[in-house]
Ligand binder design. Structure first.
Ligand code: NAD
Length: 497
């Protein structure tokens, strides 16, 4: 399938429409530097139309979606999965052109996306309330599980359609409607996703896609009175702004935010595996991954040997055109992100850390000036900015520790708590450390495993709420308690004496 989208449209209430601003902005391919598709600049008015359509889809008693059986909701999700599988290759190419991640990674990600919809297709008819026995035998109590209503889903640029799937799948399984606001830099696949939605005949208004700037379309979505829940994935600073805004409107939120994940290697670990895990942990996706293992904690006995091996392996990583399946690291996604990475390398040098590898763009002409070498700093102080702040690029901070207690203390000494890993052959130590780390996901002797069946979420500054697993559906449900009277008569409590 070839790329056809050139000037895309918003998808609102089952229709493809131009933005009310009549304005589009270019999405830049970070490898070629060219604008390759025009993205509609959705406005607050467009958001309003989408939210009203979504509201009607869930709450109008005559709407097709409100009357849709759980089994049929599951069928729609299955259809979505099948249609996405057919277009996986095209969507992967779109994301590569928008964010420059290597096709070898994005192809795998898009091949997996249908499984996320299939999982929630299977859950749609398994949502249950409870029957409760009250003390009073003349009463019966039960609970209904109901959709929250309209979900405002706001996603970032690093894994555009996968992160949308984590929200849309469980939200629809629970009977909600969604207004999806993709990141302005990477909206192409989300707008193409609208075509998939349209092709399966999902009732109008159930999924709407409104692209646009965060401070315009995104903010309007968070503020809209008829949005019942905001599900956000993105940076911690933006998350704080959105949580504050949502709080003013008393809206519940889910927050999947940034990370500064510790990857801890003890001296008794299988070091060949651990070094591969460290490399995958930081340099996959050019380091632009929320769960990147950006702080490598090494026991002092293996420090020098391990860093040397990492340096050797980093030197073997193939940088190049992200559309080439042989490429292991593409360019950084945007000029803004490139500047951020460069700034942190300067901060690392100023902090007195030892630059072991990289630290600048490659010497050879890569065809784009957004490439950056995999970069390794050793002897990093955990209090320094390169160890504390999320760089979201290919920069690794290596920190030395002496004891298990010190490793745990350093690992937890961060505002974040998204992921962590521990490498050791001692099963007791592995469990001890995993339990004491304050992070939503801990890997033992591996890095980066994830899948739809297992929930994940952040601790501390990495957010709250869960995505994936059965648990994610709970994020999109409300519980209504119903009291039923068995007695034939209702007493007048004012005349009882
Ligand atoms: P970002 O916070 O800049 O933007 C994310 C989204 O928020 C975009 O759609 C943007 O348009 C929108 N937005 C911006 N300002 C807004 C506002 N005031 N109101 C409403 N919406 C607004 O994040 P990013 O740079 O695109 O993504 C990178 C970040 O995302 C990193 O911090 C990364 O760790 C995080 N992330 C987290 C997870 C996770 O699962 N925890 C997954 C992927 C990425």
């Amino acid at each position: 399938m070839t790329l056809e989208l050139k000037r895309s449209q918003l998808y609102i209430d089952g229709e493809f429409v131009d933005p009310s601003s009549n304005e589009w902005f270019g999405s830049v391919d970070p490898y070629t530097g060219e604008e390759w598709v025009q993205i509609p600049a959705g406005t607050a008015d467009d958001v309003d139309s989408a939210v009203c359509a979504a509201h009607d889809a869930v709450f109008d008693p005559d709407s097709e979606w409100a009357r849709c059986s759980p089994t049929d909701r599951g069928r729609y999700l299955d259809d979505l999965a099948n249609a996405l599988a057919e277009r996986a290759e095209m969507h992967a190419e779109m994301d590569v052109r928008d964010n420059g991640k290597p096709i070898r990674e994005m192809a795998g990600q898009h091949a997996a996306i249908p499984e996320y919809y299939r999982f929630y297709a299977g859950l749609a008819d398994k949502i249950r309330g409870a029957t409760i026995s009250p003390d009073d035998p003349t009463k019966r109590v039960f609970t209904n599980r109901e959709p929250i209503g309209v979900v405002g889903a706001i996603t970032p640029w690093n894994s555009p359609l996968m992160l949308a799937a984590w929200k849309v799948g469980p939200a629809l399984a629970a009977g909600n409607a969604v207004v999806l606001k993709p990141d302005e830099k990477t909206s192409t696949s989300a707008l193409a996703f609208a075509e998939v939605v349209d092709s399966i005949g999902l009732p109008d208004g159930v999924i709407n896609v409104v692209s646009g700037y965060g401070t315009e379309a995104g903010q309007a979505l968070v503020r809209h009175d008829l949005v019942d829940k905001v599900s956000f994935t993105g940076g911690t600073e933006t998350g704080a702004i959105i949580a504050e805004e949502a709080g003013k409107h008393l809206k519940p939120t889910s927050m999947e935010l940034g990370g500064k994940s510790p990857n801890i290697v003890f001296a008794d670990a299988n070091l060949d595996n651990a070094v591969n895990g460290a490399l995958n942990g930081i340099f996959r996706s050019v380091g632009q991954s929320c769960s990147a293992g950006s702080r490598l904690l090494l026991h002092e006995d293996i420090f020098d040997e391990f860093v040397e091996e990492l340096r050797t392996l980093a030197d073997e990583i193939d940088l190049g055109d992200p559309k080439d399946p042989a490429t292991e690291m593409g360019p950084i996604a945007s000029r803004e992100q490139f500047e951020k990475v460069s700034k942190y390398v300067d901060l690392g040098l100023e902090s007195g850390a030892t630059l072991v590898y990289g630290g600048e763009p490659p010497e050879v002409d890569m065809g784009s000036d957004l490439f950056f070498q995999p970069t390794i700093f050793a002897h990093v102080d955990n209090g320094s900015r390169i160890a504390q702040e999320e760089i979201f690029g290919p920069v690794l901070s290596v920190i030395e520790f002496e004891s298990e207690t010190e490793a745990i203390r350093i690992a937890n000494d961060t505002e974040y708590g998204l992921s962590a890993a521990v490498w050791t052959e001692d099963i007791r130590r592995a469990h001890r450390v995993a339990e004491r780390i304050r992070a939503g996901r801990v890997w033992i002797n591996n890095y980066r495993n994830s899948g739809v069946t297992a929930p994940q979420g952040g601790y501390k500054g990495s957010g709250w709420g869960l995505e994936n697993g059965i648990e994610a559906v709970e994020e999109y449900l409300k519980t209504k308690t119903v009291w039923l009277e068995l007695d034939e008569t209702t007493e007048n409590t004012f005349r009882s004496n």
